[in-house]
Design a binder for this molecule. Structure first.
Ligand SMILES: [Zn+2]
Length: 346
């Protein structure tokens, strides 16, 4: 049977009736009967977390188990998160889960690729001498995305600009996109100049990166949740003070990036899974207008991933809330109704 929902549709802010037919949305009343599953409240395009790494049974030990992956993905889904991007996974997305009717839409960038000149030791890095070839291969093998370490230790030299540029050009020529981890000023600058598709973290981002990212159409995924969790544990020494300075700068750049027209998106990068509401709150605290911060975990993130929202013919992922999340972002933790792939999850 078709599903019928009525409520204030965001981001349009209009009260509308919509119907779910299979995995599609329509605003035209279908001829067959429909079951009304929401009447009133606020209807959002299903939530998204664009930076999460499920799969490890223990948060402190990098490893991958298909069981832990499925459990953690289910935790996202039960919080109304209907699409996930994984910028780095230690294993492959289990094929059965990828097409399961109750699984969020899963977009992986494959492994964390680390150039051998940058890193030889981090347990979750895939170290390579030929970053260009491997990045292209990963993007082809993994939903069009690859994930690079643009830098690693924030006090050490990052991947050189020329290499990042060569990787980005080659991946783009192959039809792929590049997500770059950057948490040093020079690393962010190199990635912004190279025109990667998303900068993840951006700690210490120099001011000129904002114009570069806007010019290249690079998205910004600050993952403020993860940094807020780390901040109290950073030691008060010269290295720690540099860390805090980089953290303050990245928070300032969130609003500046938005003002420059950059798409700022919500990624949690940390446990607990299903916690994108917390990232929305951090984005608001960093100065993003509330409707933009909500969109960062919903319609803007879906645009970025090529997943149509609540438009005619859009994908049938809908979350329904009793209150307006632009006024009460905390309500994002309490979806009244979740529709995923045209089926009721809650
Ligand atoms: Zn991450």
């Amino acid at each position: 049977m078709a599903l019928h929902l009525r409520g204030t549709v965001l981001p349009e802010r209009a009260v509308r009736d919509l119907w779910v037919l299979g995995d599609r949305i329509t605003f035209d009343r279908p001829s067959r009967p429909a079951d009304t599953v929401a009447d009133g409240g606020f209807l959002l395009p299903g939530l998204v977390d664009v930076h999460t790494h499920p799969g490890s049974p223990s948060p402190d030990e990098p490893s991958f188990s298909a069981e832990a992956f499925a459990e953690q993905v289910a935790a996202h889904r039960d919080a109304g998160i209907t699409a996930l991007r994984f910028p780095g996974l230690l294993g492959e997305v289990p094929a059965a889960l990828r097409e399961a009717p109750d699984a969020p839409r899963l977009i992986t960038a494959g492994r964390w690729l680390a150039w051998a000149g940058l890193s030889r030791s981090a347990p979750f890095h895939t170290v390579t001498d030929d970053l260009v070839a491997l990045a292209v291969a990963e993007a082809k093998a993994h939903d069009g995305w690859c994930k690079l370490m643009g830098d690693w230790d924030f006090e050490a030299e990052p991947v050189p600009y020329d290499l990042l540029r060569a990787v980005t050009d080659a991946v783009h020529a192959a039809g792929g996109r590049v997500a770059a981890h950057c948490q040093s000023a020079q690393g962010v600058l190199n990635a912004a100049r190279a025109g990667v598709d998303s900068i993840e973290h951006g700690m210490g981002m120099p001011e000129q990166c904002v114009d570069l990212m806007a010019a290249h159409g690079t998205a910004y995924v600050p993952t403020l949740t993860a940094f807020a969790r780390s901040a109290p544990h950073i030691k008060d020494n010269p290295r720690g003070r540099l860390w805090h300075e980089g953290h303050r700068i990245m928070i300032r750049r969130v609003r500046e990036a938005h003002d420059a027209g950059i798409s700022v998106l919500a990624g949690t990068d940390s446990a607990p899974f299903g916690n994108v509401a917390t990232e929305v709150e951090h984005l608001i605290a960093a100065g993003l207008p509330a409707d933009v911060a909500v969109g960062a975990a919903s319609w803007a993130a879906r645009d970025f991933l090529g997943l149509p929202g609540l438009t005619e013919g859009g994908l049938a992922d809908v979350t329904v809330y009793d209150a307006d999340p632009r006024l009460e972002p905390g309500v994002l933790r309490h979806p009244r109704r979740i529709v995923l792939r045209g089926r009721i999850v809650r």
